[in-house]
Design a protein around this ligand. Structure first.
Ligand SMILES: [Zn+2]
Ligand SMILES: [Zn+2]
Length: 215
């Protein structure tokens, strides 16, 4: 069993993991612990790079998780300690500063986030959580708007036919030459634009400057 640590909020739907902004505080040991974090061995690799939740401009964050055989953390965790003064649970700080040699670990070792999430939960920032909730509402509003815009565009593009939509419970007419109405056409993958909006709203909420988007 590995104890996961330093995993941060990934999306506006993520209510389990902390925002690093909630964990900032002075601690003279952070640089030393950051060095320890960098000495971990690779446990798992991912496609693509993570992103700094402080939007500090660092573009090449980690693309793997590291371990010392007891704890498991994302490769970029040291960035948060060095650059943003993000603190970690005392039990880990003590462990890291003791500098015990790394132990081997099974590839399929289970990961427990309990220590991490419990410790972080005790330091939740209500204002930040409020800002995240607002961003999530805005995100849902934008998604609904985008969906409606797509329905309108498809209705204009194809026109309504004479047949009823075959979706159970739908009373609308199908689009011309189709068996489904504009509401029930298979969801095309949400626009990349849309995902960027989502990410941007999250970043802004974390920075405490969430503002409604124009247009
Ligand atoms: Zn950063
Ligand atoms: Zn329909």
């Amino acid at each position: 069993m590995l104890q996961g640590i330093g995993f941060f909020i990934r999306s506006l739907d993520d209510d389990e993991l902390p925002a690093p902004q909630e964990l900032v505080g002075p601690d003279a040991r952070l640089d030393m612990v950051a060095d320890y974090l960098d000495s971990g061995v690779v446990f798992a690799r991912y496609r693509g790079f993570s992103w700094c939740r402080f939007a500090c401009g660092e573009s090449r964050m980690g693309s793997c998780d590291l371990t010392d055989g007891v704890w498991l953390w994302p490769e970029d965790l040291s960035h948060y300690l060095r650059i943003h003064s993000v603190r970690l649970p005392e039990v880990f700080m003590t462990h890291a500063l003791a500098g015990r040699p790394h132990a081997g670990v099974a590839e399929d070792a289970p990961i427990d986030l309990h220590v991490w999430t419990e410790w972080a939960r005790a330091q939740r920032c209500d204002m930040l959580r409020e800002s995240l909730r607002a961003a999530k509402l805005e995100d849902a509003r934008l998604a609904a708007e985008a969906r409606q815009a797509r329905v309108d565009a498809n209705t204009v593009r194809y026109g309504e036919g004479g047949r009823s939509c075959i979706q159970a419970g739908c009373g609308r007419n199908a689009l011309m030459g189709m068996v489904l109405c504009a509401h029930h056409l298979p969801e095309m993958s949400l626009d990349d634009d849309f995902h960027l909006h989502s990410r941007r709203l999250l970043s802004e909420a974390l920075r405490g400057i969430s503002q409604p988007m124009d247009g």
